[in-house]
Design a protein around this ligand. Structure first.
Ligand code: G3P
Length: 224
């Protein structure tokens, strides 16, 4: 089943979109948590109440060495939540991913800017890959094409790995990635809001209301 995540640590916004969308969980990174002003433990505690059972949390390690990453991943994995451990797909990160997967811990390879980098992370056993769509565009390369080629390679080699594209600045990027058939996606909340907003929608809803009131006043549909 498709997994929809929010890429934020803003509890208010997470609660807002959890109410109207089937949010699977959230993704974070060190920058997101630094901006949030609350640490991971406090965030998880609050979101456990907001999102309830079945929620999945993606949290990134901050260690710089292989052993540090492995130990940090184990500690995150021990938390009493459904945790996915995010590891940057660097040479050090891939080394750590191979070791962490031997411990049967769910891993997302992050900071993916190229097809080859993502493919190698999948071969190392990553359960999810997070290509950074908008950041790839910002470097002058086609971010959607990177996602499409990665999906092709995952399919061709029947790798048990889900694409979870991240870094979106507009709904067109999101739609282009969804059409590729990725299994998951993570959206900044402002882009999620853009996906719900179309300038024609509220005017037509308002017209329904005024037409109704003119004919039936305060009656409800079943009272008419
Ligand atoms: O976790 C990676 C993702 O959050 C990057 O998104 O919007 O900072 O490019 P952005």
């Amino acid at each position: 089943m498709f997994e929809l995540y929010l890429d934020t640590a803003d509890v208010k916004q997470i609660a807002r979109f959890h109410a109207c969308l089937p949010i699977k969980g959230i993704t974070t990174n060190p920058s997101i948590l630094a901006q949030s002003g609350i640490g991971l433990n406090q965030l998880l505690l609050e979101l456990d109440t907001v999102l309830g059972t079945g929620a999945r949390f993606h949290a990134q390690i901050v260690s710089q060495t292989v052993n540090g990453m492995v130990e940090e991943a184990k500690r995150l994995h021990e938390l009493p939540y459904d945790m996915v451990i995010k590891i940057p797909a660097t040479e050090t990160g891939l080394t750590a991913i191979k070791k962490i997967k031997a411990e049967n811990i769910t891993v997302l390879a992050t900071a993916i800017y190229s097809v080859q980098q993502g493919f190698l992370a999948a071969l190392c056993g990553a359960d999810y890959l997070a290509p950074y769509v908008n950041r790839i565009y910002a470097m002058g390369t086609d971010g959607v094409a990177v996602v499409a080629d990665l999906q092709l390679l995952l399919n061709q080699h029947q790798l048990n790995c889900k694409l979870l594209p991240a870094s979106f600045k507009n709904t067109q990027q999101v739609m282009d990635v969804l059409k590729i058939g990725v299994a998951a996606i993570t959206l900044p909340y402002d882009v999620a809001a853009q996906m719900l907003a179309h300038p024609a929608v509220q005017p037509v809803v308002d017209k329904f209301t005024s037409d109704w009131r003119e004919a039936f006043g305060d009656k409800l549909s079943f009272e008419s």
